[in-house]
Write a protein that binds this ligand. Structure first.
Ligand code: PLP
Length: 400
């Protein structure tokens, strides 16, 4: 589906047609996104916002049009609630640094889940260490489902923030973040959602979720690397100090003192990745042309198909079997090391990811070194899954 628009999918690996099942790490790019990057660098390249010349004005206009496209994509109330960053990691670090500087004090608490990507764990550990605060962790079941009763019980008078992923990159679990936001708000606590693994799989409406922050990366939604988004409710962004100092984030600078620019520029110090931002706009247009419902339906079909076939293989165990999950299948085969499985699959042209997937606490929870992770996107096919399952069947005796 829409496969022809992704030139890289014609690649061969070791003489075999590439089967790309590493989409949770990064998605491939449609021609429209590649064209947007080429167009920017061949016709528009210039630094934005401060130029008095044609190229700078057009680039600025297109950069700000992308902000509006992102606003519409996630249904934010205001365009200035959309801050461009380098990716989810930088978005979360921005909040962990800036929000915590303003609102986290000694003895306070931050709630995270036990299934966070390191990007939504380490910045909070660092902030807690800096401020003398502590982390509280929501446990999850063997199926990979968060324990919401335990979550409720973690709130105290010292809770200052909840930070949780919308979708687990390792287990595929779709977490009930709207409900979790309601719980947090009933305790007057804001919630940050790491949407890195949700944004390309489902409609995201930050007002319906009523989240205070929502973070994602362009490269996981068919867009370029180097650009991401931090959405924050205006009242929080207004109350937070800047993250980095430099050009663009200032109103007035003297040697003694600086006053800061208005939103969102207060949080966009320095030259942004203008070309990548324009590429992100092309990715949003592409996803909207295909339709998020079409994408979700196709991926659900692939996931159900793969799960059924894989479950039938002897000795294969799937980690993450929540009823609500995206197109991620993490697994182990017998006692085989995940790296060995990944290497053998690679020799057959099949790209999967192996290891802890930047979620070491999940591996500790299950007492395993890592998993093999196959993750599907809109351009993958059932035929590819057939080839993949046949490959698993072939390599099983080699690993026994
Ligand atoms: N959060 C989740 C759930 C992820 O899957 C990832 C990347 O795999 C990240 C955060 C970090 O994203 P990035 O590396 O694009 O900053």
């Amino acid at each position: 589906m829409y496969r022809d628009e992704f030139p890289i999918l014609d690649t061969t690996v070791y003489g075999k047609p590439l089967i790309y099942f590493d989409n949770a790490a990064t998605t491939q790019k449609p021609q429209a996104v590649i064209d947007a990057l080429v167009r920017y660098y061949t016709t528009l390249n210039s630094n934005i916002h401060r130029g008095a010349h044609h190229l700078a004005n057009v680039a600025t206009e297109e950069y700000e049009q992308t902000r509006e496209a992102v606003r519409q994509l996630i249904n934010a109330e205001h365009r200035h609630e959309i801050v461009f960053t380098r990716g989810t990691t930088e978005s979360i670090n921005l909040v962990a640094s800036s929000f915590c500087q303003a609102f986290l004090r000694q003895g306070d608490e931050v709630i995270v889940s036990g299934m966070e990507h390191h990007s939504n764990l380490v910045p909070w550990q660092m902030a807690c260490e800096r401020q003398g605060a502590r982390l509280r962790v929501i446990p999850f079941s063997d199926d990979g489902v968060l324990d919401l009763e335990a979550y409720e019980g973690l709130f105290s008078a010292r809770t200052r923030l909840v930070a949780v992923n919308h979708v687990s990159n390792t287990l595929g679990t779709v977490n009930p973040v709207a409900r979790m936001a309601r719980t947090a708000h009933s305790h007057n606590v804001p919630i940050l959602i790491d949407g890195a693994q949700a944004i390309s799989h489902m409609a995201v409406d930050v007002r319906a979720l009523d989240c205070d922050f929502y973070c994602f990366s362009g490269h996981k939604m068919y867009g370029p690397m180097g650009v991401g988004v931090m959405y924050g409710k205006e009242r929080w962004l207004d109350a937070m100090p800047p993250y980095q100092g430099g050009g663009e984030m200032i109103k007035e600078v003297t040697l003694e003192k600086t006053t800061y620019n208005e939103l969102p520029f207060k949080f966009e110090a320095g030259t942004p990745a203008v070309g990548d931002v324009l590429g992100l706009h092309a990715a949003i247009d592409f996803m909207q042309r295909v339709g998020i419902d079409t994408i979700a339906r196709h991926e659900a079909e692939l996931t159900a198909y793969a799960t059924e076939q894989m479950t039938a293989l002897e000795g294969l165990r799937i980690y993450g079997t929540a009823s609500q999950k995206t197109s991620v299948v993490s697994f182990l085969m017998g006692a085989a090391h995940p790296y060995d499985v990944g290497t053998l699959l690679d020799k057959m042209g099949i790209a999967v990811r192996t290891g802890h997937h930047c979620t070491q606490p999940i591996m500790d929870r299950y007492g395993i070194p890592g998993t093999v992770r196959a993750s599907f996107a809109l351009y993958n096919t059932k035929e590819e899954i057939d080839t993949f399952v046949a490959a698993l069947r072939r390599i099983a005796p080699l690993l026994a």
